[in-house]
Design a protein around this ligand. Structure first.
Ligand code: C2E
Ligand code: CA
Ligand code: CA
Length: 514
């Protein structure tokens, strides 16, 4: 009750502003006065006359402070077109008065991550709060609006003194304002912000509003790539790098569509029998000039371009085609495991798509392994990613927890996601046969997996010594350069035949010496 009374002036202010805005409101004044005189004579006219300034005072007209606009006001959010128009107007005004302006684009680091974990009202509150803080830090004639979902656009009023030093200082103040810790919905929030900016003096005279925003966005991309809480001023070099990145993005996209990106396969071996227990599909770009390009050089580009779902479709199709062709050539490859990153696991149609592909190839779900990073499982207690992993396990796919030991997956989540196998990260495997500490760590991990009834596979096994010790410690499977490097599907046929022959020979020799 008291809370709603306290909110009354705000509501009145908001509704007055929504109903009567700026100069239009003044146009209604004579009509209001006439109506008051007609309805109640001079006394009502007097009340209206006295009340009107109070109403306008509450409404904050004219020139209300931007920071106390009603929440969720649509004019607080602009798209690229509206933003370019605003910046163009500022540029025109600045040029007419022989002054400078500047544009800043700000992003709250990790807001998407927070949005995944917190509920919508909390995220909305954080977005509003940030806008409020920006507006309170800026001067009256400057402007701050939300620019799409997670960004903010700050536009500085034309001024004489907008050199690099002044802009850096202002960007620092805006960043400090956003990063001030705040309790939101009973939780203390520590936000950090990255800022990219460009002053109009840095661009050519005929530069447009669109170009000034783009320059600030390029600077922001550079800032976010350098890490959280970073500020970057636009420079000509950045434009060059940006163009190269864009070209690379287009090239990778074409490579995905024309079959230049495909999986190579690395064998996994059962330590007790020596037989092939599966293969891991690892993406390779077979580049006509640059040769074999590893995923480290193009995954990020695909991720930034939002093309990971396309990658997973391509890798899955090639992997199932390869598995069926190995079956047809009489090889015994029980399973192909495919890596699924966080964005790929966000696809709401993922399970349906995988089931459809398995049916199309006539393969059962247990022939497909899904490698999910431990960090993804640890950070996905609820939501679409969790649902997809659980559902993939339910239809029969094997779930491998990749890079195990580098994340913080709880034992509860191992159970909940029906993890089948722990894939022990290479950092625990390297030199395990020569390093006492490594040995102890690995033995502890294997002991825990054993007690939880989980299978284990060690990755990055490079030497015979590591392989032997892992077998001794009871690790179920091994994979690494020491056994075989990733290879094209066709080469795997020869490699598998050779491997079978080597095992048969070893068994024959073993029996001979026994
Ligand atoms: P990962 O899933 O941990 O894959 C293992 C990486 O270690 C592979 O690198 C593999 O070639 C390499 N490797 C295997 N054995 C050894 C060894 O004995 N020593 C050393 N030093 N390295 C070894 P690659 O193929 O460059 O892949 C790097 C990462 O890229 C993968 O790490 C995975 O996270 C990601 N990736 C690869 N293919 C795909 C894909 O199709 N989809 C997705 N989402 N991610 C992929
Ligand atoms: Ca993997
Ligand atoms: Ca791994």
């Amino acid at each position: 009750m008291f809370a709603s009374l306290r909110a009354f002036p705000n509501r009145l202010r908001a509704s007055v502003r929504r109903g009567l805005q700026g100069p239009e409101a003044l146009a209604f004044l004579p009509a209001i006065a006439l109506a008051a005189f007609w309805l109640g004579g001079e006394s009502l006219l007097l009340v209206v006359a006295l009340g009107t300034p109070v109403l306008f005072l509450l409404a904050g007209l004219p020139g209300s402070s931007a920071s106390d606009r009603p929440r969720g006001d649509q004019s607080d959010i602009v798209d690229s077109l509206a933003a370019a128009r605003l910046v163009q107007q500022a540029l025109d005004r600045a040029q007419a008065a022989n002054l400078a302006t500047a544009c800043m684009v700000i992003e709250i680091d990790g807001l998407e991550e927070i949005a995944r974990q917190a509920d919508d009202p909390t995220v909305d509150n954080l977005r509003e709060l940030t806008l409020d803080r920006l507006r309170k830090t800026l001067r009256r004639d400057d402007m701050a609006v939300r620019f799409g979902e997670n960004r903010y656009l700050v536009l500085l009023a034309p001024s004489l003194r907008l050199d690099l030093e002044a802009l850096l200082q202002l960007a620092g103040r805006l960043q400090n304002a956003i990063e001030e810790p705040t309790p939101v919905d009973q939780t203390m929030r520590y936000l950090s912000a990255s800022i990219g900016f460009c002053g109009s003096l840095r661009l050519r005279n005929e530069a447009t509003g669109k170009q000034l925003i783009e320059a600030a966005q390029i600077a922001l991309d550079d800032a976010t790539a350098k890490g959280p809480s970073t500020i970057r001023a636009w420079s000509e070099n950045m434009r060059q790098t940006h163009i190269e990145q864009k070209n690379l993005r287009n090239e990778v996209d074409r490579a995905l569509s024309n079959g230049q990106i495909q999986p190579w396969f690395q064998p996994q071996i059962c330590t007790s029998t020596g037989a092939i227990s599966g293969v891991e599909a690892l993406a390779r770009w077979i580049h006509p000039e640059r040769g074999i390009v590893p995923p480290a050089q193009f995954l990020r580009v695909l991720e930034d371009a939002g093309r990971m779902t396309h990658l997973s479709e391509v890798i899955l199709q090639h992997s199932l085609t390869a598995l069926r062709s190995w079956d047809q050539s009489g090889l015994d490859i029980p399973r192909v495991s495919v890596n699924f990153s966080d964005p790929e696991l966000r696809d709401p149609r993922l399970v349906e798509r995988i089931q459809w592909e398995l049916d199309r190839f006539g393969l059962t779900a247990e022939r497909l392994g899904i490698e999910v990073l431990e960090t993804v499982i640890a950070g996905a207690p609820e939501g679409i990613v969790a649902r997809n992993i659980v559902e993939l396990g339910r239809i029969g796919c094997h779930i491998d927890l990749d890079d195990f030991g580098t994340g913080h997956a709880s034992i509860t989540s191992l159970r909940r996601f029906k993890v089948h196998r722990l894939k022990i990260d290479r950092s625990f495997v390297t030199r395990v046969d020569r390093d006492e500490e490594q040995h102890r760590m690995l033995a502890a991990v294997l002991g825990m997996a054993d007690r939880l009834g989980l299978e284990t596979i060690a990755e990055g096994v490079e030497s015979v010594g590591e392989h032997a010790l892992l077998s001794q410690l009871g690790c179920d499977h091994v994979q690494g350069f020491g056994i075989a490097r990733p290879m094209p599907a066709d080469n795997l046929v020869d490699w598998a035949h050779g491997h079978e022959a080597r095992i048969a020979e070893a068994q024959r020799l073993g029996r001979g010496t026994a």
